[in-house]
Design a protein around this ligand. Structure first.
Ligand SMILES: Cc1ncc(COP(=O)(O)O)c(C=O)c1O
Length: 390
């Protein structure tokens, strides 16, 4: 048998693959499973975006390797720059500071390949979206986890990162609004981050695909400090705001040297995004944005239902201000895997154990709100029937 590379062997089992396996097992035992596991919008992509794809797909100019290949079409990069100016008051040069991505997940992965040599240090919060760890492992990096907690609003205390770690680190991964904790970062935090990254000569990336899914104050961009000479880069995505997870389109924005390095990796890896999908992306970014507001109201209603259910169990919970997740504390003394298994056994409801995002998440489970209203109501009804947790 041919052995896979060490970097593949080292990968922890992908959380969602494990969850799907548990779901399948439960279904095969005849349980009517309701999954709140994966975050994937349950509403379709808005019609005007699909129309743009349809039109562009008939244009033979779109059938060849995409124009400008790995950078993204000029018109797409311009649309991203306009969107960032309008949405975040951040001014970007579409030629040097914007790159099209096959989703923000791709950006995270290629950033690791662009900057991390074997043994280099990558700082990754705990808890965090699992793809950052995988990307750092692929690059052979040494991973240092930065513990987060509710007491600091799930934000890292930058000044508590030991100086030697901060100096050795080449990349610090951040993700606000955050999956799984739902935390948001204020502009003042981004100012602090810009100074920290400059003084330690460490790249700070904000993986930001949830910037549009917020219930009150609109999330700020890492780049709001305007410090584009600092090593800062942000990944954003059309997946969540426009219900386009399957389309695979996003963008990297920020420091021109980092964008150039990412581009170099992409030049040698992929040949960019289907031109017709980029045209649809332009329609998404420049067209009506009312669908986002509609989706946010749907997620708000669902969020309120889950929060209320949790409070009925007598489990204290903060109301999420962003993302389409609820990060819910579990009964004291329990482990998140045990709680998730118990919930599946007793109610058929699948939730994601917080430990899948890091050891600091072990007192929580994550529930996704991207599920049909009636099924969510049914799931909450079943959980409510468990009565109060003592
Ligand atoms: C924090 C975070 N980053 C990236 C992604 C992937 O986004 P995309 O579809 O743009 O690759 C997700 C998807 O769940 C996510 O939660």
């Amino acid at each position: 048998m041919v052995h896979v590379a060490g970097r593949v062997e080292q990968l922890p089992p992908y959380l969602f693959v494990q969850i799907r396996q548990k779901e399948r097992e439960a279904r095969s035992r005849g349980i009517d499973v309701i999954s709140l596991g994966v975050g994937d919008p349950d509403h379709p992509t808005p019609g005007h975006i699909i129309d743009a794809l349809n039109g562009a797909a008939r244009d033979p100019a779109m059938h060849v390797y995409p124009p400008d290949e790995e950078r993204g079409m000029t018109s797409f990069r311009q649309a991203v720059a306009q969107w960032y100016a309008k949405r975040f008051a951040v001014s970007l040069d579409p030629d040097r500071e914007v790159l099209a991505l096959i989703g923000s997940k791709e950006g995270n992965h290629h950033l690791a390949l662009a900057y991390l040599n074997p043994g280099d240090v990558a700082l990754i919060p705990d808890p965090a979206y699992p793809a950052y760890v995988a990307s750092a492992i692929f690059a052979g990096a040494q991973i240092i986890r930065i513990p987060l907690s509710a007491t600091t609003g799930w934000l890292p205390a930058l000044r508590d990162i030991p100086t030697d770690q901060a100096r050795r680190a080449k990349i610090l991964w951040l993700n606000y609004p955050n999956n799984p904790t739902t935390a948001m970062a204020p502009s003042s935090f981004w100012q602090e981050v810009a100074e920290w990254s400059r003084s330690n000569d460490t790249i700070v990336v904000n993986d930001c695909p949830y910037s549009e899914i917020a219930f009150g104050e609109q999330p700020a961009s890492l780049l709001c400090s305007g410090a584009l000479d600092a090593p800062l880069v942000e990944f954003n995505s059309l997946s969540k705001p426009y219900n386009m997870t399957g389309w695979r389109i996003g963008m990297a924005v920020g420091n021109a040297d980092i964008i150039a390095a990412l581009r170099k990796v992409k030049e040698n890896t992929d040949s960019g995004i289907f031109g017709a999908v980029q045209r649809a992306g332009i329609a998404a970014l420049t067209g009506p944005q009312d669908n986002i507001h509609r989706m946010v109201e749907i997620y708000r209603r669902r969020r309120d239902l889950v929060v209320e259910t949790w409070r009925n169990l007598r489990l204290p919970i903060d109301e999420p201000q962003a993302t389409f997740y609820v990060w819910a504390p579990i009964p004291a003394g329990m482990r998140s895997i045990d709680f998730a298994s118990l919930l599946l056994e007793k109610t058929g409801v699948v939730v994601t154990p917080g430990v899948g995002y890091g050891s600091q998440g072990d007192n929580y489970v994550r529930m996704s709100l991207t599920i049909d209203d009636l099924r969510l109501e049914e799931a909450m009804e079943r959980i409510r029937s468990l009565g109060q947790w003592k």
